[in-house]
Design a binder for this molecule. Structure first.
Ligand SMILES: C[S@@+](CC[C@H](N)C(=O)[O-])C[C@H]1O[C@@H](n2cnc3c(N)ncnc32)[C@H](O)[C@@H]1O
Length: 377
């Protein structure tokens, strides 16, 4: 416990270089649903279903390049790791927050450069990476994780990604042991199974002379009810709950065939008429030998026997005059291609409910800086 580790500013994710170097975290991008990260190491090899990519061939390559596999048959794009790409490629140790929820929370918690905030639990560090960028360069994120293995792994990631000056990760059970921070933060984010158990302690961490914001992320509505009851008990106001649902669209190339012209239509009627006439002639010659029987038995492909009346009803199309001039010069009309939008068959569904609340200043100061009341006393 209290095994605190302060791990540099928005490190590799924030420092732009032109070329990839050993030690860099690179997003190996093969498509929107197909990306993973590589930590570049001399002598190592990255392989995916499109081929093998020796890290030595990646070192010194420009960020964003389309990079061929060893055989030249496959390729990947070598992308700079933004928090959004990291979220889509990170190793999952838990359920994680995705960009739609993260951006909503960022807005409603009023997160920006300079903000100090608390997060619990750290989980897979998806939210932590996004917030580190938002609050950089002068803010700070205090994040807590009680699972030892997840704590260790998150610590290594924060160090490798150079987040040491922005993020403090602590191995701690915040529900039983609370937080040591006092009168320090602007915002709190709780992604815990029972956030209501940490609310009283979380309240102590807010700056006393400023308005604070809190958000609890819970998948079930029963959790929301317990959280809102406790928020009220702790004196939070403006309690609101939201669910962020996303509908994405794929852009697809589609072919559009031109509408038929009058000449096309005449040609079609003419072809049908010819076909029907030939069928009638064929039927007439075979029925001459079977004149006594007006009905004809025809064997069908599936082996059954179909009875056809000798006298057919004449199709309207068949009545089209055979003299229609169909050899008029045709206007040259090409199939056009255009890019359209299509929603996916299955839209991404519920992730969690976001419960927000506000904590009003507990200490109001007069214009001379003198305390005029202390609600927290
Ligand atoms: C769903 S995950 C958080 C995922 C994270 N928001 C992300 O985007 O990657 C919840 C984490 O909270 C941790 N946790 C649960 N109860 C805790 C507690 N009382 N104190 C600290 N961490 C806790 C769990 O171990 C788990 O790693």
């Amino acid at each position: 416990m209290a095994d605190a580790a302060t791990v540099s500013r928005f490190g590799q994710f924030g420092t732009r270089s032109k070329h990839i170097a050993a030690g860099d975290c690179v997003i190996a991008y093969s498509g929107p649903q197909n990306m993973t990260f590589i930590t570049v190491k001399a002598g190592a090899v990255f392989a995916n279903s499109y081929g093998r990519y020796p890290h030595d061939s990646i070192i010194g390559v420009e960020w964003g390049s389309k990079h061929p596999s060893a055989t030249g048959r496959g390729f990947i794009h070598l992308l700079w790791p933004t928090p959004e790409l990291w979220t889509l490629s990170l190793p999952h140790r838990t359920q994680i927050l995705y960009t739609p929820d993260i951006s909503f929370i960022t807005s409603f918690l009023d997160l920006r450069p300079g903000v100090k905030m608390i997060e619990a639990g750290t989980g897979s560090g998806s939210f932590s990476h996004a917030i580190a960028r938002t609050i950089a360069p002068t803010g700070h994120l205090y994040t807590f994780e009680y699972n030892a293995d997840r704590y260790e792994k998150a610590l290594v990631e924060f160090q490798e990604h150079g987040l040491t000056e922005l993020v403090t990760l602590e191995h701690r059970d915040v529900c039983s042991d609370g937080f040591e921070q006092r009168d320090l933060v602007d915002a709190v984010f709780l992604d815990l199974p029972s956030p209501w158990e940490a609310l009283e302690a979380a309240k102590q961490t807010f700056k006393k002379h400023k308005t604070g914001k809190i958000c609890c992320f819970s998948p079930c509505v029963e959790q929301v009810l317990r959280t809102t009851a406790e928020l009220q008990k702790q004196g939070f106001v403006e309690i609101k709950m939201f669910e962020v649902l996303v509908r994405s669209y794929d852009s697809r190339k589609t072919e559009v065939r031109p509408l038929p012209t009058r000449a096309d239509e005449e040609q079609r009627r003419h072809d049908i008429g010819n076909k029907k006439r030939k069928e009638r002639e064929a039927a007439a010659s075979s029925s001459a030998s079977d004149a006594a029987n007006p009905a004809k038995k025809v064997a069908t492909e599936d082996g059954s026997v179909k009875v056809e009346l000798a006298e057919e009803k004449v199709d309207e199309a068949a009545a089209a005059p055979a003299s229609v001039n169909v050899s008029q010069p045709q206007e040259v009309r090409t199939v056009r291609e255009f890019t359209g939008l299509k929603p996916p068959r299955e839209a991404t569904g519920h992730t969690s409910y976001l419960t927000f609340a506000t904590l009003l200043p507990q200490i109001y100061r007069g214009s001379d800086g003198e305390k005029i009341n202390d609600e927290s006393a």
